[in-house]
Design a protein around this ligand. Sequence first.
Ligand code: PLP
Length: 443
Amino acid sequence: MTHVFHRHLQHTPPVAVGGQGLFLRDAAGREYLDASGGAAVSSLGHGHPDVLTAMHAQIDRLAYAHTSFFTTEVAEQLAEQLVRTAPAGTSHAYFVSGGSEAVEAALKMARQYFVEIGQPERTHFIARRQSYHGNTLGALAVGGNAWRRAPFAPILVEATHVAPCYPYREQQAGETPEAYGLRLARELEEAIVALDPRTVLAFVAETIGGATAGVLTPVPGYFKAVREVCDRHGVLLILDEVMCGMGRTGTLHACEQEGVVPDLITVAKGLGGGYQPIGAVLAQRHIVDAMSQGSGFFQHGHTYLGHPVACAAALAVQQVIERDGLLAKVRTDGDFLGQALRDALGAHPHVGDIRGRGFFWGVELVADRASKAPFDPAQKVHARLKKKAMDLGLLCYPFGGTVDGNQGDHVLLAPPYIASREQLVSIAALLAQAVDAVTSTAT
Ligand code: PLP
């Protein structure tokens, strides 16, 4: 009998009791190779001694102080670290407790920015279909996952959704990637114009889509064109890097690889690597200046903003990533992982696409490779795959994304940055075994 309100109420998951490196252990003594870092959270694996030491030291010194009274040394140090390593023009980090909170804060920052600079008529957000920005009401409103939104649609603020960058399904025959990216940027501009540009606040997008359509990497030039469109109409660009950021793709921020600087970046997951719940909004100077020279106050806040132990954990995680050169490792071993996945799964009749960057990979499963037809959602291929993989001792993150209104099946892989090449090969082999077992009985 459980009294925990689990996300699935019809079965209780195994009890996790320990974690070390890439492995988690349950109460029955089973070990699992963590190939998804939870959901792209664990960057340094489990039980990293440097992070534990930093957290213990912070708890001994000061476990909590409310931000309406105090700042803390550790929050200041973490902000300094994040601003120093962020895209040019970033001046401040606003600390929250997770990804959805980071998105909520960014949406409100964008709105307050325009109120402060005398453009209160800007009220519309534009985001993308097949996106995920979190489960709180504001984040859900900009998110484009039809299934997650459906029960709550009547209580969500209105947002306009444009196409995601999804070349596997939506780049047209004969269209170059560059032309496809420009077409998408034109679609965004048309949406802005249709709403009346003076009323549009911000365009919100994951730099690399994660939890809805299985790692959607942008085509070259797409985000540059998007940035130009936003600039033309005075619209802010908010890039949600809660999942793809903090080194996951081989650069600290995924947008570095796109050559664009957004007005606001949201980060979480890999920021604290799972040691503590923490997220942040990285803000460009003009956003902060508008508030500091205007009302002098960001009209937002939570009890646990800048929690000292969470900041200590995140600071230690980020220092280890820097000290151990893990971004370079993620870049080179990420190519190795991509090749291992292609070797193990590339010719599989039910694998439609393998895509990714660094330690962030998606495998899209299809009923038929030629037509790209997804499996019948009733077969729940992704749910069966998750179970099969766990039976084999592998944690991967399968989910049903939305494909043309149907549920498509995807697997997300996001191993900790410390994974050895041997472990990466095991991940690909175990995943292939699970995919084989599940798709051989599906239609
Ligand atoms: N934004 C993106 C891109 C995400 O992938 C997620 C979570 O998966 C969120 C926001 C929400 O983060 P959290 O679950 O920490 O609230």
